[in-house]
Write a protein that binds this ligand. Structure first.
Ligand SMILES: *Cc1c(COP(=O)(O)O)cnc(C)c1O
Length: 442
């Protein structure tokens, strides 16, 4: 078993992190990567294949981060890599229309229920997708206010950095310095899984709310599924109020079902935001919906949105091949079975060692909290024992399992996580829980 956190074994990562901290703020290009909330310091990754990442220290770790979601088919899937190499030989970017992006847009619209018969615009990140969808919703309705959930994360646009999840939750900076009060003046907050709070806001601000943006399965306050009826109720309220329902499926798209959470739960939003898996590991985001709304975007309409590298051939090649493989191989049933095997196995072992624990699995996405009983929103997620999470994280890493270094993130299973990988993970967890129980007793 890999003793990853052994002082000597991590020597190269330590050296690299020290060098990185001199030239990159915090040594990282995105905050959660710094391991600030779990202690220790981040392993540097040299390469990744299948369900493993290989560190600069030579350890092969079973990876449940999956590049924070994109790696549904495992790392370096040969057919995806081949498609990217082939595209690269023909030029990296033209800033002009291509045949492949038409195929890609058609396939995205085929997968996602709310996009069937509609349109989709490609951008380069999930952040761009959500900020553009909100601009469009505001332009379409002529209203300014938007609603988001506490603990929801929709990228780092100014207007969305209020009670934000993911790294902002991890570092306990749910707002952000540098965001002018005016930028968030029109952002209204509700707890996740509470449709009545949404109805109350509409009653308090009649005719002023353009949209609600929501993760249909929350994944940035830990993983929290929607309560039965929640998404349906949001659909009813927004329809009645003439507001735009935006599902941020950047994480859930192609992951909780081929057509995302909207397919799994049978609730169709007006606009859908995509990212992560849609790019197959390359920078891609997308937002789309019915023609009537999407035709407000420039050059058809007055809502401006653009991008030099939007729809670039490499990103499109990776995304298109990924979606083609999902369509061909239909992996979701097996993904869900593997994910359930993992979470059930973890729960059994936590119980065996007397560890308070609750877990969630939705399709190929999972989460767990160190607290007894179900978790329904961000306030409840914060009751998880964060010290225990940190200890569990390093015990797992020491045993060769790479989990997201924050309680407020989801975990991801890929098609490359075979039975052996799951069993190895459960064996590691058994040891980790035993260490936790021992520490609590002593
Ligand atoms: C990751 C994520 C984003 C942001 O996407 P980036 O590509 O990191 O900009 C937005 N919304 C959700 C739900 C996400 O999980």
């Amino acid at each position: 078993m890999t003793e990853h956190n052994d002082g000597r074994a991590q020597a190269r990562s330590k050296e690299l992190f020290a060098a990185a901290c001199e030239v990159i703020p915090g040594g990282v290009n995105s905050p959660v990567r710094a391991f600030a909330s779990v202690g220790g310091q981040p392993p540097f990754i040299r390469k990744a294949t299948g369900c493993h990442v290989v560190t600069e220290d030579g350890a092969a770790l079973i990876d449940y981060v999956g590049s924070w979601g994109p790696a549904l088919l495992g790392h370096a899937h040969p057919e995806v890599v081949e498609a990217v190499i082939k595209a690269a030989r023909d030029g990296l970017s033209f800033g002009a229309a291509t045949a492949a992006e038409v195929d890609f847009a058609e396939l995205i619209c085929e997968f996602v229920p709310s996009l069937r018969g509609g349109m989709v615009r490609l951008v380069s990140s999930g952040t761009e997708a959500t900020m553009s969808a909100l601009r469009l919703a505001r332009g379409y309705t002529g209203r300014n206010k938007i609603i988001k959930c506490a603990g929801g994360y929709h990228g780092h646009a100014d207007m969305l950095l209020v009670a934000a999840g993911s790294g902002a939750a991890t570092l306990n900076i749910p707002g952000s310095a540098g965001v002018p009060p005016d930028a968030v003046h029109d952002t209204l907050l509700v707890p996740y899984n509470n449709a009545e709070a949404v109805a109350e806001l509409f009653a308090a601000h009649p005719g002023e709310i353009a949209a609600i943006i929501v993760e249909p399965v929350a994944g940035n306050m830990g993983c929290i599924p929607p309560l039965p009826g929640y998404l349906e109720r949001l659909r009813e309220i927004t329809r009645r109020e003439g507001a735009v329902l935006i599902f941020d499926e950047v994480m859930t798209g192609f992951r909780v079902a081929p057509g995302g959470a909207q397919e799994r739960f049978g609730v169709t939003p007006d606009l859908t935001c995509l990212g992560k898996i849609v790019g197959g590991g390359m920078p891609v985001g997308a937002y789309g919906g019915p023609r009537e709304i999407m035709s407000k975007i420039a050059p058809l309409g007055p809502v401006y949105q653009a991008g030099t590298l939007s729809g670039n051939p490499l990103s499109v090649a990776a995304g298109l091949e990924t979606l083609r493989l999902i369509k061909r191989d239909k992996p979701h049933e097996a993904l869900e079975a593997a994910t359930l095997r993992l979470t059930k196995g973890l729960a059994e072992r936590a119980a065996k060692h007397g560890i308070a624990w609750t877990d969630v699995a939705v399709g190929a996405m999972f989460g767990f909290f160190f607290v007894a009983g179900e978790v329904h929103d961000y306030e409840e997620a914060k009751r998880s024992d964060l010290d225990r999470f940190a200890a569990f994280h390093s015990e797992m890493l020491r045993r060769g399992v790479y989990l997201a270094p924050s309680q407020f993130e989801a975990g991801f299973v890929s098609t490359a996580h075979d039975d052996a990988a799951i069993e190895q993970t459960l064996a590691a967890a058994d040891g980790a829980f035993e260490a936790l129980a021992g520490a609590a007793a002593s």
